[in-house]
Design a protein around this ligand. Structure first.
Ligand code: SF4
Length: 350
């Protein structure tokens, strides 16, 4: 798997803590050249030459003119599996028909649109750069360009949210032809300028929204993700597969011999472009990796393998299975209630 990070945005949303910047001048060509250099180096260093998925995220990847990606796809595509899932994130302001068509011509087969809501009042509260009309036009453009796998991102738990607004968001997404929905609670991160009161905690509303998404025939397969066709790339993270992390702010994770290596290129864009091969690395021991796999497995319907548990943890997992909190099938356990993922994790860890 390959993750490539594009750390530029049209404007900086006040709640956003991602490595993303609203730059007046965007050095597209230099940045793409740096991604290519890192890809070639990482691929050789980690001995990886076949990738089942590519995810270009951000930031806002659609802020780059579509043609800017041509050299990147030219270098990367020969290493992608024939049936690779290739996703790109896009924001409504910059997702045009021409852009989407060019992405299709590069082999991109999945698009994730940062809609957040179809309610203009809510979009203003969130400080988003687009309005509802632009979001609808952007999704229509993706459909016209031939995308079948369109994912729509929503944010809930925003001041002024009510079930009517959330259900309207859902029904608009369905009407427009979204195949997949990601729904995230607004969280207030340190060092972001958003008013702390903007996030509301309403578990009842959260559950009602989640149930409505499922009833609209988007099965919940992960805490925040719904759809008949789950994202293969995200599933790869949850299963602990190797992935390259390209770009300023990306993280990669690869197996090296018997251990695992997590690495991060420079976060500052200028530094990254000057030396895309410079990275910080962290060795991940077996115990840390198993803890992460357990946490991830409890958050999605892939579950987790019994072998990652210690003897004591397995006893506790079996106890939960006898009490209906986990489902045990063969040598795997599956979470029976995503709302309790954190509590179950704490219980198993003892
Ligand atoms: S568009 Fe997305 S990545 Fe960019 S600032 Fe807003 S939330 Fe952050």
């Amino acid at each position: 798997m390959i993750y490539a990070h594009i750390p530029f945005c049209e404007s900086k949303c006040p709640y956003c803590s991602f490595n993303s910047f609203a730059a007046r001048v965007i050095p597209r060509e230099e940045y793409i050249a740096a991604l290519i250099r890192q890809f070639e180096s990482d691929r050789r260093e980690f001995g990886l030459d076949r990738f089942g998925s590519l995810y270009i995220g951000g930031g806002t990847p659609s802020i780059f003119a579509a043609e800017s990606y041509a050299p990147f796809f030219e270098k990367v595509s020969p290493f992608l599996a024939e049936d690779a899932e290739i996703t790109i994130e896009a924001n409504p302001v910059s997702l045009t028909l021409k852009w989407a068509k060019t992405m299709r011509s590069f082999g991109v087969n999945r698009i994730s649109v940062g809609v957040q809501s179809f309610c203009d009042r809510k979009l203003r509260v969130l400080g988003r750069a687009h309005n509802a009309k632009e979001a609808k036009t952007a999704i229509a453009a993706a459909i016209d360009a031939g995308f079948e796998q369109i994912s729509v991102d929503f944010i809930y738990g925003v001041l002024g949210d009510d079930l009517k607004t959330l259900l309207n968001d859902l029904s608009e997404a369905k009407k427009l032809g979204a195949a997949h929905i990601s729904a995230y609670a607004l969280t207030i991160e340190e060092d972001t300028p958003i008013d702390r009161q903007t996030a509301i905690d309403d578990l009842e509303l959260e559950r009602a929204f989640s149930e409505a998404i499922e009833e609209a025939r988007y099965p919940r397969y992960e805490v925040s993700n719904y759809g008949v066709a789950p994202s293969a790339h995200n599933a790869g993270y949850w299963e602990g597969r190797d992935y390259l992390g390209l770009g300023a702010g990306a993280i990669g994770n690869v197996k090296r011999g018997d251990s695992y290596l997590r690495y991060a290129p420079r976060k500052a864009i200028g530094e990254y472009m000057r030396d895309p091969l410079c990275k910080t690395t962290e060795a991940i021991d077996e115990k840390t990796r198993n803890d992460e796999l357990l946490m991830l497995g409890l958050r999605c319907d892939h579950g987790f393998e019994a072998r990652i548990l210690s003897e004591k943890e397995r006893e506790r997992a079996d106890f939960l299975a006898r009490n209906g909190r986990l489902n045990a099938r063969g040598e795997r356990y599956f979470n029976a209630d995503f709302w309790l993922s954190d509590e179950i994790w704490l219980y198993i860890k003892g």
